[in-house]
Ligand binder design. Structure first.
Ligand SMILES: *[C@@H]1O[C@H](CO)[C@@H](O)[C@H](O)[C@H]1NC(C)=O
Ligand SMILES: *[C@@H]1O[C@H](CO)[C@@H](O)[C@H](O)[C@H]1NC(C)=O
Ligand SMILES: *[C@@H]1O[C@H](CO)[C@@H](O)[C@H](O)[C@H]1NC(C)=O
Ligand SMILES: *[C@@H]1O[C@H](CO)[C@@H](O)[C@H](O)[C@H]1NC(C)=O
Ligand SMILES: *[C@@H]1O[C@H](CO)[C@@H](O)[C@H](O)[C@H]1NC(C)=O
Length: 346
């Protein structure tokens, strides 16, 4: 006979596990992201030229073209039909998007991976919050090397900056992608203004020239199987308060959450859509794979809403970046004046 006292831990365990995973649609509904869209995939596999035209015609590309690595894309058969992401309902007979990275390639160029910005304009309104979810797989023998970029979200009127060392300044753009690091460690990798000492926060790593890393290793990608990532972004509001949110779920379990992100200093920045961006690097050959390798993607879904973050946050004090910009602005005239004086007297 089983007495109730023995059942209690079991009930708690069931309760705990049902609380610890959240499907993307449930997160979207919690944050009232009431419109959604799915990137269409073809019914059958496609060779490269047809893959390019399929994406260009169906995915709402902001620039009407694939920026980098168009020839690295093909719709292929699912290479891991026996290894879906936990809880997946994916159709293993449907094609998936394969991205190739050439031997020795690194950086956002035409040899390593691919990049494009898929704007989402279906509602006509400026989105203040967005959730992206997709599945990603890596070749079974994938060499992580030092790391690489994975798709995320971006926004703002400037479609060219906020990556590759071009900084976010609060009025131009922001980006929030993912990265893999050595051994498959995952992180969120964001180009946002660095304010209120965020670089000193637990789990935050800053690099003066590039993006900030959030919680490196808080989740771990497995090669040779599908992994699901879901990232929610809610823009800071009002624009002088650093209360923006980034929450990441890996295989539907929450891996990280930040509630003090400063995406923007002006309303001109809204969330634009999917920033498909994947390559090895980094900006030097130490990041490059030593052999041709691949990743695979499927089930891209976006959910969006018109309400920004409503969590408590601190007003933005001064920004180190603002001070740097002032110094740089001052340095120019000083150097010119000095050179003129030198020219006059030598
Ligand atoms: C699975 O995908 C294949 C290929 O695109 C398609 O023919 C089939 O109808 C799909 N099955 C379901 C249940 O959607
Ligand atoms: C989406 O809207 C932006 C800003 O209004 C515009 O520049 C872009 O061309 C639009 N993209 C599409 C695919 O309609
Ligand atoms: C990539 O290829 C496209 C199209 O062929 C070309 O316009 C672009 O300049 C190339 N980009 C780089 C970084 O080489
Ligand atoms: C922000 O960066 C953009 C380039 O992306 C530049 O045109 C603009 O002047 C910058 N604004 C400030 C306030 O620095
Ligand atoms: C390089 O990659 C190709 C294609 O994926 C594979 O067939 C080959 O075995 C790899 N070579 C080495 C040395 O790993």
């Amino acid at each position: 006979m089983i007495r109730p006292v023995f059942l209690l831990p079991v009930l708690f365990a069931i309760h705990a596990s049902s609380q610890s995973t959240r499907p993307a649609a449930s997160v979207a509904s919690q944050y009232s992201l009431s419109t959604s869209t799915t990137l269409p995939f073809p019914q059958a596999t496609l060779k490269n030229p047809s893959t390019q035209s399929f994406i260009t015609s169906n995915w709402g590309l902001a620039k009407g073209r694939i920026q980098n690595g168009a020839s690295n894309l093909e719709f292929v058969n699912d290479p891991f039909t026996d290894a879906p992401a936990p809880g997946s309902t994916s159709n293993s007979s449907a094609p998936v998007l394969q991205v190739q990275y050439l031997e020795g390639s690194f950086q956002a160029n035409n040899a390593s991976g691919a990049q494009f910005y898929a704007m989402w304009n279906s509602s006509g309104s400026a989105f203040q919050s967005m959730l992206v979810t997709y599945e990603v797989a890596f070749d079974a023998d994938f060499d992580w090397v030092k790391g690489g970029k994975l798709p995320g979200l971006r926004g703002g009127p400037d479609p060219n900056h906020c990556s590759g060392g071009d900084q976010a300044n609060g009025t131009n753009c922001f980006s929030s992608r993912l990265m893999w690091r050595p051994d498959g460690d995952g992180e969120v990798y964001a180009y946002v203004p660095k304010v209120n000492g965020i670089c000193g926060d637990t789990g935050v790593m800053c690099n003066d020239d590039f993006g900030i890393s959030l919680n490196r290793g808080s989740f771990v990608f497995s090669s040779g199987q599908w992994n699901r990532v879901t990232m929610l972004i809610r823009l800071n509001n009002p624009t002088n308060v650093a209360n923006g949110q980034v929450i990441l779920y890996f295989n539907d379990a929450q891996a990280l959450e930040h509630n003090n992100i400063y995406f923007r200093s002006a309303d001109v920045i809204a969330v634009g859509g999917l920033y498909f961006s994947t390559f090895f690097g980094g900006d030097d050959p130490a990041w490059a794979p030593t052999n041709l390798t691949h990743t695979y993607f499927r089930n891209f879904q976006l959910f969006a809403g018109t309400s920004p973050s409503d969590v408590q946050g601190s007003k933005v004090k001064s920004t180190a970046q603002g001070r740097m910009q002032m110094l740089t602005a001052l340095a120019g005239p000083v150097i010119i004046a000095f050179s003129v004086l030198l020219g006059l007297f030598i």
